[in-house]
Design a protein around this ligand. Sequence first.
Ligand SMILES: [Zn+2]
Length: 1005
Amino acid sequence: MLPPQTAEEIYSAAAAAGARPDPLLTISEWADQYRSLSTRASAEPGPWRTERTPYLKEIMDCLSPSSPVERVVLMKGSQLGGPLALDTPVPTAEGWTTMSEIRCGETVFDENGQPCQVVGVSPVFWDRDCYELTFSDGSRIVCDAEHRWVVWEGLGHERQKLRCLATVEMVPRYKVRGHWNRYAVDVTGPLSLPRVDLPVDPYLLGYWLGNGTSLANDLSLHEDDYEIAAHLSTCGYSVDYQLPPWRNGRSARIVVDGRRGRGRDEGGHSDTVAVADRTTGFRGTLREAGLKGNKHIPLQYLRASFSQRLALLQGLMDSDGHIERHGWRCQYSTSNPNLRDRVYELLMTLGLKATVCCHPGGVQRIQGRTCQVQDHWLIRFTAYDDLPIFRLSRKLRRQLRRPGRRATRSERRRIVRIERVPSVPVRCIAVDSQSHLYLVGESMIPTHNTEVGNNFVGYVIHQAPGPMMAVQPTVEMAKRNSKQRIDPLIEESAALRQLVRAPRSRDSGNTVLSKEFPGGVLVMTGANSAVGLRSMAARYLFLDEVDGYPGDVDGEGDPINLALARARTFARRKIFIVSTPKIAGLSRIETAYLESDQRHYWVPCPACGQFQVLKFAQLTWPKGRPEEAVYVCEHCQARLANHQKHVMLPRGEWRPSAAGDGKTAGFLLSSLYSPVGWFSWAEAAGMFERAQKDQALLQVFVNTVLGETWTQVGEAPDWQRLYERREDYRIGTVPAGGLFMTAGCDVQQTRLEVELIAWGRDKQSWSVDYRVLEGDTSRPEVWERLSELLDETFVSESGVALPIVKLAIDSGYATQQVYHWARKQHSPRVMVIKGVERGAAPVGLPTAVDVSVAGKRMRRGVRVWPVATGLIKEELYRWLRLEKPTEESGEPFPPGYCHLPRYPEEFFKQLTAEQLVTKVVKGYRRTEWQKLRERNESLDCRCYGRAAAAAYGLDRFTEKHWRALEEQLGVAAKRRQDVPGPPAAVLAARPAPVRRVIRSPFMER
Ligand SMILES: [Zn+2]
């Protein structure tokens, strides 16, 4: 143990530390001996055991001083995020469950009320920091400090901003000047559920709960409300509306299913509305539904369809509900606590914000009389007239009009209190809903994988002291990480406790972001702070979650480079870079991994002993039953169960797959390697199956389970939108803006399809015509018609006839006929193409396919151009999704905009017939274009026409080229004369002037 030193001495000792003999222990040995996981920070507390996650051994040991590796890169899958208390109730499609009971595959709801499925459930965490949030409606929830909320930020008069914040981030800021509440959450949207069969009509049930007798089929009401009888009969009941002679005041009654001649005849006014006989009768169904003598709302009513739930509320409100004269507040009162809770929940399921308040009972004077009043509750809420919560017309009339009302008052709940509460066990779930993606991706939940970095920190403090810098994405996260991970790391290990003095003692040198220890110092900072990153020279760097770092910090460049610069002076530096990857091409961890030796973890099959890398594609399960997933050995096809990982993982080994730079060890670790008891293969299978519906979820799956980066995909644009915004120019003419023409030709057995496209500045395009040349393509006739088409010209806005400068024809089908035709044309205007899956540019270098007698390729024969159709389709779909500028805005069309004339529907359907999907093939992600519809010729033609334009030089054109083209067409002069020009449609309708065929030098290329 070194004696305490001044900061200066610590630095010089640290710089000299490289010269010291290596400590004897490796990091994994050290962790096994000294490391203890706290219940606060780990789901598996207790002594660290490297054998639990054997694949982490080599990663840690590369960080040990005895290893020559300088840089360790860990690209990993992650776990779930955002824990909630175990007793937190969670509404499900069937009723309620709790966080402790929830299972994968259960249907819950997202904040828009849409059903979504639970795709992952974490283990239970103990001793975490917990908070209780109280909302303005009185509801409360206990959650973990790290639970992330989607909240509206801003006070009443400010513009509200939507933010995603962890509980602890809100704690210091949720109150403004002591009484304003800064944050609000949206009231959940109405639950969207299917219609169900209910024993009693929901409106009748609601009305009966308020005004019915518990034992009989009687409903009491005021005689002014006689219309209730009509409402009930609309529900299909036979009802008797009676005014009993003994009545008190002006009360009337309705007997449901009161058949004539049955029951007591009061002798009063009897008005039977309908006689729809029900087999069991109202009383019978009440008994069967368990309602007789027990007034309550059965759960099935709360999980019925929206209109059924609304009918229930209407019944309740028509009987015991009240609405203020000016409609501001609606109120339901009940003395039954059970009914209170269910009515409150009913309002929630309809997307209404309600508050509950209790009126204590006792002896009260009402209208001059002394009465004993029970405790009762008032449930208050506001509902606008777009949601009729009454059927009774006198109440319905009072409902407020929606327009002009602010949403905050009735549709958001403010967070009014956040209090630290004693810790309770918590867990988190991940759901397959877009809005809850943060629960998975942004995880802050510690797993063994993230403990590698903490072992590194502990080891440095104890065994190899020196200056160390640990960087989190933000300073705020660094503070949290320090309190929640580093403090427990030190406190739970006797060896470290002695070296790092408690922050409480004076002059301990320890703050939240800095820990001094003999021979070194640990400084923690955020990648968003250039000052922090420049604060010290560090021999050890721990860069955590680098894919969450900002691109540029305070204008000083990339935070990783800034941090790396701090370690440059140390000969024996160690740098640990770790992250769950995000978007491909933007992912720092992927870049770092690709520079490394790219190791994979190979494990032996328990059946045949052959080594392999665990790949997702080897998982197999009966469709719809992911819980039965097994792993198929790629060598012997043995079906391996999840628990066999026990045998496989300890015998595994890391094998590099690239040379790398010799100093960087890279590790790729998917969640398929999670030890038994954590994320299972069945969970991975389930997550994948559910992800099939949703690209966003598939990204989560690829990032978190496979630990790979995600590629953005191209979704098909909506054909109907394109169809609706067709333009009015005449088919066969070139509208203003079109400066040269290409054609794309698709070859089928029975026809040729050709699209003629005019191109202009900014790569805007106009479809000029779409021709289908019918005819057997194995016979010459149809080809002759194509030759004729090639020589056609198309009249432009200025009356100039435009030729086709290039025609691209696909050689994928009827290859020899295509070659034959192309040969006969003898024209540089004809371009034979072949679609290729991948390519860096839309059009590659051509290959000569004609071979002379001597066996040499003929230079002047047919050449075939490879065309990267995938690239072109991505670009096209991006263009097709561009918004058409509105007429009022006067904005020009955006670059790349595709103008399409009044073609039939089929053209648009074919144009949008494919989409780019991501599939996991053999354990690796692959994107490919997939047909959504059988026919896609117009899409193909468009791609070939685009390839022709590329070959003609569209992508390289400069201002000079465009101006030359415009001069040829006489457009430039015209522009100067009358700006703006008349619309294309008018021009197209003009009689065609004398045709001039133009030839410009560069049109001949
Ligand atoms: Zn095998």
